[in-house]
Design a protein around this ligand. Structure first.
Ligand SMILES: Cc1cc2nc3c(=O)[nH]c(=O)nc-3n(C[C@H](O)[C@H](O)[C@H](O)COP(=O)(O)O)c2cc1C
Length: 259
């Protein structure tokens, strides 16, 4: 494999959940955000919110970003040019979520290249109402994901990834036989178990009072975790649709259907 500074910064990635109290400089902030901005985009339909209030994030990181789909800015520009958006909210959201993702990940890599650790936080969509209020967001802005960043106060081992033959398929998607599936599962499970990942985070998903759990933290692995996540969590999508609505998004096309 080829190595250079960019590749090595990417390969050095690990999510960081403990931060030093030392505050990274404003120059570092400018650098991280500029590197983020240079990501490819479809419409630059995003905004980055920043909170430096360490009390406001669970990992007490000096910086907490929220990456938002931002259609509001596009609409302001369109208005100046005498246009009105007719593209539906669902499609516009789908396009914009890609802009958001590339900016966010560029910032993760830029941070890592300067010695800054980070960790995404997935709760943001469910807290859209709170975040909207906190940052006084106008309508048509929706927080997709949070990201803590700062100097790392832990040095965890790198977390494993699937083997490449489980992700890269040339010309034709293969039939995934037992051997290839078992190898992928083992690579992930061994890697997470080796570093007591779930034990340290105390992050086992409970099976409920009725069901006896045959797994302890000694054998509760990554594939068990994602199986429980996808096999147990049957969240009501209404809660999320409500958050979209509060931010002015008609994701389900209800307005069109009524017309
Ligand atoms: C969209 C997204 C949401 C995430 N949300 C959380 C979260 O809420 N809490 C957390 O501790 N880690 C969160 N993570 C971090 C993942 O758990 C982590 O990336 C994964 O376990 C792989 O570990 P690594 O990043 O150290 O390689 C999130 C990651 C992504 C991409």
């Amino acid at each position: 494999m080829i190595h250079n500074e960019v590749i090595d910064a990417m390969l050095a990635h690990k999510s960081i959940r403990k931060y030093k109290s030392e505050i990274p400089s404003d120059e570092m902030l400018e650098t991280v955000v500029r590197a983020g901005q240079q990501a490819p985009f479809a419409s630059q339909a995003y905004s980055i919110l920043l909170s430096r209030d360490i009390k406001k994030n669970q990992f007490k990181a000096p910086w907490l970003f929220y990456f938002c789909v931002d259609i509001h800015k596009c609409e302001l520009i369109m208005k100046k040019r005498g246009w009105k958006r007719i593209m539906n909210d669902f499609f516009v959201f789908l396009l914009s979520i890609e802009d958001v993702s590339y900016v966010a990940q560029n910032m993760v890599i830029a941070g890592r290249s300067m010695g800054l650790g980070s960790c995404f936080l997935g709760y943001a969509p469910y807290h859209a109402k709170i975040i909207k209020k906190q940052f006084e967001l106008p309508d048509h802005i929706f927080p997709v994901v949070g990201l803590t960043m700062g100097f790392s106060d832990e040095e965890p081992e790198k977390r494993p990834r699937y083997p490449m033959d489980f992700v890269l398929f040339e010309d034709k998607y293969p039939e995934l036989d037992d051997e290839i599936i078992d190898r992928a599962m083992q690579m992930m499970d061994d890697g997470y178990l080796k570093q007591d990942y779930y034990k340290k985070l105390n992050a086992k998903i409970n099976l409920g009072k009725e069901t006896k759990d045959k797994y302890s933290y000694d054998d509760y692995s990554w594939t068990e975790h994602i199986s429980r996540k996808w096999g147990l969590w049957s969240e009501d999508p209404e809660e999320l649709f409500e958050q979209f609505k509060l931010c002015g998004f008609d994701i389900r096309g209800e307005k069109n259907n009524k017309e």
